[in-house]
Design a protein around this ligand. Sequence first.
Ligand code: GLA
Length: 417
Amino acid sequence: MHSLPPLMSSTTFTMISFVVTLLLTGTRASPLTRRLDNGVGVKPALGWNNYNAGLSASAESALAAANAFVQLGLQDLGYTYINLDDGWSTMARDADGNLVPDPNKFPNGMKNVSDQIHALGLKFGLYGDSGTATCAGFPGSQGYEAQDATLLASWDVDYWKYDNCNTPSGDSQPRYETMRDALLATDRDILYSLCQWGVDSVWEWGASVGNSWRVGGDITNNWNSVANIAASNAGIASYSAPGGFNDYDMLEVGNGGLTEAEERAHFGLWAICKSPLLLGTDLTKISDSSLAIIKNADVIAVNQDSLGRAASTFTPSGQAAPTSGQLYPYWSGPLSDGFVIGLVAADGVGTLNASFADVPDLGAGTYSWTELYSGKTGSGDGVSWTFEAEHDMAIFKVTGKVPSQSSSAVSTSATPS
Ligand code: GLA
């Protein structure tokens, strides 16, 4: 029991506590309470973008992806946005200052593509840049924000990725706010995706400006890049919440630079960390194994969980703490109806174990679990998985505490498939 200092009355003490609580709550709550409320992007975006696939930003690639969404059953799983990246416009604005869709890539104009995508029940996204030119040298929106936002709305665009090339020096936040306000001033709800590469600590203010914010530079098609993105951003998980999410960049699943096991870990880490899941491959050529990964409804459901809280690392007792920049094997996060635990064979094959007692906010007890890639189920006081391939991942959804406390941890050996 703490006793009050003798010279302080209980009233004074209560007042001081109240002020301290207010200050602390105000500081902590501000990034979460002042979130952009534009009616969209409440959950991480599910979609596709042509860039990682090396496909052109054209009507043809957009419509092929849209048709694949329908034919492959991706639409039924919630994949919605068909987004075109850099290079959809001509190199110059027209006489009125408007951006012009490249007539070779959009022979029937932009609205026609947007209409066809909407007719399939999907949504349409485009890319722009907050500087004078895009990264590939096409016109940027600096000084044209209101005009460009109006044009996007006239094409019924649903998603705007806004890049950071060829920008003036100085704080990036005002530039991104100018476009936010221009989009809000249109009559359309447009998901606003800040492609800002994690500079100026964007996660600290991104939620008041956009629906997602890139947390770093561009992903490349290899395991080191995937591992590095996941490892580097575990510390900023708490900034993701409904309406605004850390964006780990577009997926490389299907592009041949990752093993099947690595594709499971890539998709799984992005999913549990509540990153947007933007497919970045040619869906007309995707392999069955990659398709099975991106079609895992249970992993998608973790990503889309209404609680919207990103998983982060935890340290089981007896294990070394995470090392900066190195992918850590142990991940967990709360769900609206349970917990998710991720085990990643980051350092090679073998068995990984985690006791529920070591999982933050879960705690000791006997729980039921399902491993989401294999469908295996069990119950016990922890999870354990034996990996036969390095860099593989097992994702456990942990639910209901089992009332009668059975004693032993249940372990299962298998490779998720
Ligand atoms: C930047 C972005 C990428 C992509 C390219 C296009 O590098 O970070 O995601 O949009 O520009 O040029």
